[in-house]
Design a protein around this ligand. Structure first.
Ligand code: ASP
Length: 454
């Protein structure tokens, strides 16, 4: 069985919904269809989820919501009309939205916001199920409530309660025909709607693939395959070859460092269950896409992708004889823990410890406080924060046991006159990180692409 998740661009209008139906019907093993809310129809358009956020904010301010309400309903009505699905489904969507808006004074702000955001995918799934039925296919809508997808954690940033896997698996074993399921949300144990982070329909698809032990999790989007580098920065990437296969580890490293094609958290459920993930293009279904799996044949000395993570800063702590002070590292990290600062990498020198942190965890306003805590706990000779850094990640299983990969990267950067602030490579050898000034990022990506891919 295959679980197929279709993103917002695959559901933006009636023509796209028809493509989705054709793709699903072309392979009888495509049984579970996870959908996003309708996305942008053209570059100036607004995603339904963003319209819903505006609707929720307007309702919470106690202002008239007619315009925002009309804009959301119009998106579904347009699809229903062009697919000749009748008025009934549009009326159901209208009623559903009205019921949600009526809860504005009953719920806390974050609960109300999630209730409205979830309407995007929920109604998308109901509409797509009706569209399958209109083509004479056995198909039903099933949602998180009836199948038992329980979430924990903060609203807008929820996570699956792992106990849900058994419930979901049992629920799906009773279904026949095609099931259309809304992405992006579930319910708390108190019965409140909660959403994953933005882009979270990928997570829903991955969870369902793991719950039903799917043969493959197909993630349908609008690119033929994952590209090895950002084509907005390195235009020749678009004309070159996409990545045919990559391992879970490679995808994780690249997603972590900012590859936008696949939600970072979404890899985890499928990876744990060892389900291959296939990124496909709804607009070119004959393309095989990118297959992400446990292992692949690697050519020694090759790189699979290069990513850049911007907005990083370096917390530099210096103390003479730090290497002999037992407990120094623990005290330093405890200081960060106390201040709620999460860190990314920790390259070190003899008497210097660098800690790379995303700027969001160390905004300028908090810098003095964090430094004061570190001064108190580890009594350093010197502490400072260096801002405006980008971490470049060079990733590939093919780098393992191959001498000279880092040397090549350094040479590429030095020949462009780019100074390296820091380097970090784990013993897995599947990636290395090079920190540079953000102002040199594009030049660095172009130089590295040329070295490893041309
Ligand atoms: N519709 C949601 C968003 O725009 C979730 C998703 O599309 O995956 O973030």
């Amino acid at each position: 069985m295959k679980v197929c998740k279709f993103g917002g661009s695959s559901l933006a209008n009636a023509a796209q919904v028809n493509k989705v139906i054709d793709i699903v019907l072309s392979d009888p093993s495509r049984r579970i269809v996870v959908v996003s809310a309708p996305g942008k129809r053209h570059s100036g358009d607004t995603k339904v989820t963003d319209l819903l956020i505006e609707l929720a904010n307007t309702a919470m301010k106690g202002e008239n919501t007619d315009r925002q309400f009309g804009a959301v309903v119009e998106r579904y009505a347009e699809i229903a009309q062009q697919l000749r699905l009748g008025d009934e489904i549009v009326r159901r969507i209208e009623m559903d939205l009205m019921d949600r808006i009526a809860k504005v004074n009953e719920l806390a702000a974050d609960e109300f916001m999630d209730l409205l955001k979830a309407a995007g995918e929920d109604n998308s799934a109901k509409l797509v199920a009706v569209a399958f039925q209109a083509r004479g296919k056995k198909c039903r809508y099933a949602g998180p409530k009836e199948t038992g997808m329980i979430l924990t954690g903060a609203h807008g940033d929820a996570q699956l309660d792992p106990a849900s896997y058994d419930t979901l698996s049992r629920a799906f074993s009773n279904f026949e025909g095609i099931v259309v399921y809304p992405g992006f949300f579930g319910y708390t144990s108190e019965g409140k709607v909660a959403t994953f982070p933005r882009g979270g329909s990928d997570i829903t698809g991955s969870i369902l693939a793991a719950a039903v032990c799917a043969d493959v999790y197909e993630n349908w989007t609008d690119v033929d395959s994952v590209l090895p580098c950002d084509p907005r920065v390195v235009p020749e990437v678009a004309a070159g070859e996409g990545i045919p296969t990559m391992t879970y580890r490679e995808m994780r490293e690249l997603a972590y460092a900012g590859f936008g094609v696949f939600n970072d958290d979404a890899v985890i459920p499928a990876v744990k269950a060892r389900i291959p993930i296939n990124i496909r293009n709804t607009n070119h279904p004959s393309e095989p896409g990118t297959m992400i799996q446990q292992s692949r044949r690697v050519v020694p000395g090759t790189v699979v992708g290069i990513a850049a993570m911007d907005n990083c800063c370096n917390l530099v702590v210096e103390k003479y004889l730090m290497n002999r002070e037992i407990g120094f590292g623990r005290k330093l990290l405890t200081s960060l823990e106390e201040e709620g600062v999460s860190y990314e990498h920790m390259p070190s020198g003899v008497d210097t410890q660098c800690i790379i942190v995303k700027e969001q965890y160390l905004p300028k306003g908090r810098e003095a406080r964090v430094i004061a805590t570190i001064r108190r706990e580890v009594k350093p000779d010197y502490v400072t924060v260096e801002r405006g850094l980008t971490m470049i990640m060079v990733v590939g299983e093919g780098m393992c046991f191959t001498p000279g990969m880092l040397a090549k990267a350094c040479l590429a950067l030095s020949s462009e006159g780019i100074n390296i602030s820091m380097v970090n490579q784990g013993s897995s050898e599947v990636s290395f990180m090079i920190a540079i000034r953000s102002s040199e990022r594009d030049k660095a990506l172009r130089a590295l692409y040329k070295t490893f891919f041309r």
